[in-house]
Design a protein around this ligand. Sequence first.
Ligand SMILES: [Zn+2]
Length: 311
Amino acid sequence: MTSVLSSEHLHDEAAAYAWVEARVWPDGPICPHCGGIERISKMGGKSTRIGTYKCYGCRKPFTVKVGTVFESSHVAMHLWLQAMLLMCSSKKGVSSNQLHRTLGVTLKTAWFMSHRIREAMKTVGIVPLGGAGKTIEVDETYHGDKEIVIKRTRRGKAAHSSKCAVIALVERGGDARTFYVEKADKATITAIMRNNIARETAVCTDESRLYGSVSGEFAEHHTVMHSAKEYVRYEESRTVHTNTVEGYFSVFKRGMKGTYQHCAEKHLHRYLAEFDFRYNNRASLGVGDAARADRIVKGIVGKRLTYRTPH
Ligand SMILES: [Zn+2]
C-alpha cells in the first residue's frame, strides 16, 4: 500500500488541475461564461497559466477554478488539495494555525482556505433523513461563551433555553444533520424535525418537553428518561437510547475545545458543516481519507465565498 501523501496531484500543479478537472468536468470542460462545451481548447505555451482553456464560442479564457470556492485565490491547486486531505483525515479537524505551519502559507490565507473547504463540505439539496425501519436520535446541546457546554434540558432547567443551541439529528448507521439555532424552543425544533425527518421514521429523544409536540407525527417516538438515570432501555424490537447523537456531540465538543478554540459564533454553522461532513463520510461507512477528499471536490462548484475579514 502506498502512502496517500505521495499522490502526484498533491505535489505537481498540472496533476492537481487534472485531478480537479476530472471531478468537476467528468464529461470534458464546460465554459463557465457561456456554458459552451464544443469549441474549447486547452492553452499551451510557456507563458500560459496551468489549466487555462479558451472558449471560441465567447472568446474568453477560463480555468476549472472559475465558479468554485477556489476562484480568485492565488494559492496553488496542489496546496488546496493538501489542505483538503488534512481536513478530511483528522477526526477533530485542523486549525488554521496548523494549516499555516504545515502548508507554509500565511495564517490569513490558511484561515480563508479552511473556511472555503468547509463551504465545500456543506450538504446541498436536503432530502429527509430516515425512513421506514430507520431510527433517528434527536438531541440538543448549548453553545455558551466561546465554549460548547453539554447540558441536558430537563424540566425546570429553563435557564439554558435562552442560549444559542445546536440541534442534531443522527440516523443510526446513517447520516448526521445539525442546526445552529438562536433559540432551542418547541417551535424551532418542531420545524427542523418536520423538514428533515421522513414520517416513517422511529424517533428517539430524551424526555424533554421540547420534543413533545412532534411526537405523533412520526411512525414511533420513544423517550429515554435521563432524569431517572435511564440511559438505555431494551424493548422487544428495539433499543431506546440517544447514545449515537451524544457520541456525535462529544466528537464535536472535543474538536471545538481542542482545535477550534477561537471560533466566532457567527462561523459556528461552518464548523458544524465540517463535522457533519466527516461524520457522514466516516471510515465505518467504508469511506477512506482519499475518497473523502474526492467527495469535497464535488462540493466546490457554485460556492464562492464573498466575506473578506477573519473574525
Ligand atoms: Zn464560452
